[in-house]
Design a protein around this ligand. Structure first.
Ligand code: BES
Ligand code: MN
Ligand code: MN
Length: 463
């Protein structure tokens, strides 16, 4: 089955890539208000691609923030419906001077991991490249007359900033979004020889902290040693958030953490992983993390706390002798099943404030959060994805939890009552959110090849 579709894909592969390049050239950075117009432009481009692929009722739905693009192809209301979710917004490209080629001028370059070539651009993998595979797979199925079931598309422009308006959109559009499964390609596989399906995502609590000292910046000679230095104090406070075993010290932080059985940990450990290669890829001589857990476990089934940025005082050229009035940090906590982001944020706030010595004020500002999500491996959605990948890769994929977050996935279940299948095609080496983000041509085309098989398998399993 799906032979005409597969032939169509092979025949049009060059054009698919050129069209993706057009989308990658639009700097749709959702976090930066200066790019609001570009984000809108990307939304219109996605809508246009959907229409050209044969989708109907295509709409660019305005929100308080960036638009959501909706489209559908209903061939028979009695057949099952796949709701595809993805995002066309991207992370900022900074630091831009670390890119070997400009972030919004896509090029194909050969790499050690991708001798066949990889697309270098911000969003190449996360998530324009992966989302676009779904539009092209739809086009191939529609134009070959081989749509096995119905499809709905919901592509947002605020995933990288927390999906707040998508939450409102799904609450207000439940009938329109009625479906049988949600299909997402915004995660990765172990390697191109070892396909995998993501069965869990971590949640997130993100806060910004501010330590306020004297009412103005001071001469560090005249005042040094006499007043609390906010940057020194902030560093001390941050250092207290983890103990010598790299356990997080926030009281109550681990109380609800899901305990994973020994069997399940052994099962996880069977997935191929080589610590020497892991270290080599990052140019580090040792891994680092919570005592009693492996690197794989630290990065998926265990919660973490990291400073994402820290600033204050003088950071320009040369030396300025100054004690800053204020110091700041942005801190993320990745959460695992049963940890609630609001509860964790509250625990953090209470503890962090309690760490402040006399002489400074501390302000904790919560940012967006995300609930953790786990997906079952006995559902028809998972089985369809597994069968589809087995067909295209020639190897049965393994289930694996990921460390990243996709805020809306838990809400899909809560609001729409739908399970999500995380059938992504990225690799850890794709450098998402980093300079030189890239996506293998192998992965792009393997995704387009696999998606029609998913529809076919899902339709068969839900007859
Ligand atoms: N696609 C990623 C998440 C991801 C990547 C999950 C690889 C699993 C494997 C997504 O775009 C992302 O970056 N999410 C953010 C969420 C945040 C901005 C609310 C994250 O995880 O930091
Ligand atoms: Mn993403
Ligand atoms: Mn991302």
């Amino acid at each position: 089955m799906m032979q005409k579709t597969q032939n169509f894909i092979k025949k049009h592969d060059k054009r698919f890539l050129e069209e993706l390049f057009d989308l990658l050239r639009i700097p749709s950075v959702s976090a930066d208000p200066a790019h609001k117009g570009d984000v809108k432009k990307a939304a219109l481009s996605v809508a246009n691609s959907m229409t050209e692929a044969g989708a109907e009722n295509v709409e660019v739905c305005e929100t308080e923030g960036h638009p959501i693009v909706y489209g559908e192809k209903i061939i028979d209301p009695n057949l099952p419906t796949v709701l595809v979710y993805g995002h066309y917004d991207v992370q900022p490209a900074d630091p831009i001077d670390l890119w070997d080629s400009p972030a919004f001028e896509p090029v194909v370059k050969k790499t050690d991991v991708h001798p066949e070539g990889a697309i270098f651009a911000r969003g190449a993998c996360d998530d324009k490249g992966q989302m676009f595979m779904h539009i092209k797979a739809l086009e191939a199925m529609v134009k070959s007359g081989e749509m096995p079931c119905n499809a709905k598309f919901m592509i947002e422009g605020e995933e990288e900033v927390g999906s707040a308006n998508l939450e409102i959109f799904i609450k207000e559009n439940k009938p329109k979004l009625a479906a049988d499964i949600i299909l997402v390609s915004d995660t990765g596989i172990v390697s191109n020889d070892t396909p995998s399906i993501t069965t869990g995502l971590r949640g997130l609590s993100y806060v910004e902290v501010e330590v306020v000292g004297p009412n103005r910046d001071l001469h560090s000679g005249l005042y040094g040693g006499c007043v609390a230095n906010p940057i020194n104090i902030l560093s001390e406070m941050i250092a207290k958030l983890q103990d010598e075993d790299n356990k997080i010290t926030v009281p109550g932080f681990y109380d609800k953490v899901e305990v994973i059985s020994q069997e399940e940990r052994e099962e996880m450990a069977r997935a191929p992983y080589n610590e020497e290669n892991y270290k080599k890829a990052l140019d580090i001589n040792a891994v680092h993390g919570e005592k009693g857990f492996t690197t794989r476990e630290r990065g998926s089934i265990r919660p973490t706390l990291d400073v994402n940025g820290m600033w204050g005082g003088y950071t320009g050229e040369g030396a300025k002798t100054v004690i800053a009035s204020k110091a700041y940090a942005k801190i993320s906590m990745r959460l695992v099943p049963h940890q609630d982001p609001d509860e964790i944020t509250k625990l953090f706030k209470d503890y962090f404030e309690s760490l402040a010595p006399e002489g400074v004020k501390v302000i904790v500002k919560p940012h967006h959060g995300a609930q953790p999500a786990v997906t079952p491996i006995d559902s028809s959605g998972y089985i369809a994805a597994s069968n589809a990948m087995e067909k295209s890769f020639g190897t049965k994929p393994i289930p694996l939890r990921s460390g990243g977050s996709i805020p809306i996935v838990a809400l899909f279940e809560e609001v729409l009552g739908l399970k999500t299948v995380l059938m992504g095609f990225g690799l850890d080496t794709d450098a998402i959110h980093s300079p030189n983000e890239n996506y293998g041509l192998f992965n792009f085309y393997k995704g387009i090849e696999t998606i029609p098989y998913f529809y076919d398998e899902f339709a068969k399993l839900n007859k």
